[in-house]
Unconditional design. Structure first.
Length: 141
């Protein structure tokens, strides 16, 4: 299997709380940014999916918090689409610091919808195929 896709970003002051570490909800903001970068990397940017007739809504998110990042630290977000369903897919994330300490493990489930009717649609074959090629094999499901 090839090396995982990793999106790197620096913790901004606005990402932190009064305790001086990343506010827990902002880990999902990091995941959202990383998924957008992943989709561009595999060749199916979100905007192209929408133009082709498929949008997506986040319907479930979970995160296990294992450490904390602070202002001006870099975080590395390992990102992949780990499961496909008929109309949904799950993205998995592992967030680490520069010392390779795992700070969080998260997942987000997206449902594909028609941009106009907002009704569920099948996950586009273009996304499935792009992920399979990028990951050197199909995700489960």
């Amino acid at each position: 299997m090839k090396r995982p896709f990793v999106y790197k970003m620096r913790v901004r002051f606005r990402d932190t709380d009064l305790q001086g570490h990343v506010y827990f909800g902002n880990y999902f903001v990091f995941c959202d940014e990383a998924l957008g970068a992943y989709m561009r990397a595999v060749g199916v940017p979100w905007q192209d999916m929408v133009r082709a007739g498929t949008d997506m809504f986040y319907v479930n998110a979970s995160c296990d918090y294992l450490g904390s990042a602070r202002f001006e630290e870099d975080v590395h977000i390992e990102t992949r689409i780990s499961r496909f369903g008929a109309s949904s897919f799950t993205s998995s994330f592992v967030i680490r610091n520069d010392r390779d300490e795992t700070l969080a493990k998260a997942s987000v489930t997206s449902v594909c919808v028609d941009p106009n009717s907002r009704e569920k649609v099948t996950v586009p074959g273009s996304l499935r195929n792009a992920v399979a090629a990028f990951e050197d094999g199909p995700a489960d499901g």
